[in-house]
Design a protein around this ligand. Structure first.
Ligand code: FES
Length: 191
């Protein structure tokens, strides 16, 4: 797979969230962290694919085409093998989220508890337009200011306290649409 084909295939596109993330850059720190993770898999370097992608998403916010190429070179595998992993796991993002990324559970208990109404209210308050999103290539929708993004998620394992959502790594239980404003105010009081 050539570099240009990879660029075209990865669903990375500029979003207002890009302002909060550094473009993928290979630093000595990243090299050292990656080498340390790879050392855990002496029999098969490619087993470090998931750990390396997690490191990159944590540092840069999403997985870009240059990041995929770098991981493939580190693991001595074809970029398509890395791309397969990125596109298989919904947890890996291919474009920049907002500074605060909100994942709203849409599985049965949460759907019945009002998660779709919660999503609608979050979008209304943040000015997010979800019309161009789809569950596979573009699951994330970002606010015009770049501070917030939303995405539907499958069961977040707290069905008894539906509807639930996550804001970055924070878990929030029992958040009906009526509490959306209060939730956003915790992260960006001016919204
Ligand atoms: S259905 Fe939402 S946490 Fe399980």
């Amino acid at each position: 797979m050539s570099a240009s084909t990879l660029e075209e295939t990865v669903a990375s596109h500029e979003t207002p969230g890009n302002q909060f993330y550094t473009p993928f850059t290979v630093t000595a720190e990243l090299e050292a962290e990656a080498d340390e993770r790879i050392s855990h898999y002496p029999a098969s370097k490619r087993s470090a694919t998931l750990p390396l992608l997690h490191i990159i998403q944590h540092k840069f916010g999403y997985i870009s085409a240059p990041a995929i190429e770098w991981v493939a070179a580190k693991l001595e595998i074809e970029p398509i093998k890395v791309l397969e992993v990125v596109t298989f796991y919904p947890g890996f993002r291919q474009s920049a989220p907002g500074k605060f990324h909100i994942r709203v559970c849409r599985t049965l208990s949460c759907a019945m508890g009002g998660s779709y109404e919660l999503m609608e209210r979050l979008c209304e308050l943040t000015g997010i337009d979800r019309s161009a999103s789809d569950s596979h290539h573009h699951p994330i929708s970002v606010s015009p200011c770049g501070k917030f993004s939303v995405e539907f998620a499958e069961c977040l394992a707290s069905c008894g306290s539906a509807p639930v959502c996550m804001v970055n790594d924070d878990f929030h239980e029992g958040i009906p649409a009526g509490k959306a404003e209060e939730l956003l105010a915790k992260y960006a009081p001016q919204v």
